[in-house]
Ligand binder design. Structure first.
Ligand code: AMP
Ligand code: MG
Length: 308
């Protein structure tokens, strides 16, 4: 077998049995979620979590999101106040991560929280991640399954191209439906915009975008999700040798959504950036995306990708 290539198995019983065994043995497995593909490990196992950081080349001061099956499992790891319970009731299972006080005796590996007194928790909706949590009977720590600072993966092939042999097994269940990383909320502060939009959150709680004092992590670093080429935003036409990613009326070499639908655009965003990066062109330009709804998450990722 090619030592450089991970095994890619279609989602199903055989793949799941093998993936769950790998998780129980302290290994890592790539698995799709509704946001992006994650690099999964048992969140209670320090060696497994160390393998996640090593495979990504991720600095160990950046905490990981822990994925669990339901609110009860979340409450065994963290303390949920009334605000957190209201958000969980509205958006779990789904692409919302809550930063919560870590419960005493939660049993998570210290590296998962990077030593913080808080833990980021999500109850995912995607059948593959849900099945892996159930089959391995473990809380699953999973950052995006790409090399640190590279574009997030929304297809199994993106994972294989970015991580290679560092990930032995990839569960392939097609393209990720939401396509951008989860919304992260701490208290009433939106730390990272995502598929659960500010408008959706505001229907439940008065929330506002902001930052936390103590976390410096990729989700909040200015430079992240970057392609290898210069990226120009708000482009209405190609300049020189650029690959133009269109939106709405701006047609390009590719489009995020010809219909101007921000939800479709988010689902296509990282795939489009991967393709632009792989094109022979010297630079990438992206059409303007309106900021409302899912547009906030798209523009957040694009701004970080454009910064060098
Ligand atoms: P990723 O796994 O790449 O989607 O990134 C997870 C992100 O969650 C990190 O980059 C942080 O921004 C955020 N995060 C995780 N744990 C915490 C925490 N305890 N406090 C604040 N933010 C966190
Ligand atoms: Mg990431």
């Amino acid at each position: 077998m090619d030592a450089q290539a991970p095994v890619i198995l279609p989602f199903g019983d055989a793949a799941l049995t093998r993936a769950a065994a790998a998780i129980r043995d302290g290994g890592v497995v790539a698995v799709p979620t509704e946001t992006v593909y994650g690099l999964a490990a048992d969140a209670r196992c320090a060696d497994a979590v160390a393998r996640v950081y090593a495979a990504k080349g991720r600095p160990s001061f950046n905490p990981l999101i822990v994925h669990v099956s339901d609110l009860k499992a979340a409450a065994r790891l963290a303390v949920l106040d009334d605000d957190a319970r209201a958000l969980a009731a509205a958006f779990w299972p789904g692409p919302l991560t809550l930063v919560l006080p870590l419960r005493d005796g939660a049993g998570l590996a210290g590296a998962v929280t990077a030593g913080l007194p808080t833990v980021a928790i999500r109850v995912p909706a995607h059948r593959a991640m849900r099945a892996l949590i159930a089959a391995s009977a473990a809380p699953i720590a999973a950052p995006s399954a790409n090399a640190s600072n590279a574009i997030s993966p929304t297809r199994a092939a993106h994972v294989a191209a970015s991580l290679g042999a560092a990930v032995p097994l990839i569960l392939d269940d097609g393209a990720c439906p939401a396509g951008v990383e989860s919304t992260i909320v701490a208290g009433r502060t939106i730390l990272r915009p995502g598929p659960v939009t500010r408008e959706m959150l505001a229907a439940v709680l008065p929330v506002a975008p902001g930052r936390t004092a103590h976390v410096s992590a990729p989700g909040q670093l200015a430079h992240h999700y970057a392609p290898r080429k210069p990226l120009r935003l708000d482009a209405v036409a190609r300049q020189g040798d650029e690959w133009l990613i269109g939106y709405g009326a701006v047609a390009g070499d590719d489009t995020l959504s010809a219909a101007g639908d921000p939800v479709e655009a988010a689902a296509r965003l990282f795939d489009a950036l991967h393709r632009a990066d792989a094109s022979g062109r010297a630079g990438i330009a992206v059409a303007p995306i309106p900021e409302a709804g899912m547009g906030a998450a798209i523009n957040d990722r694009l701004r970080r990708a454009a910064r060098r």
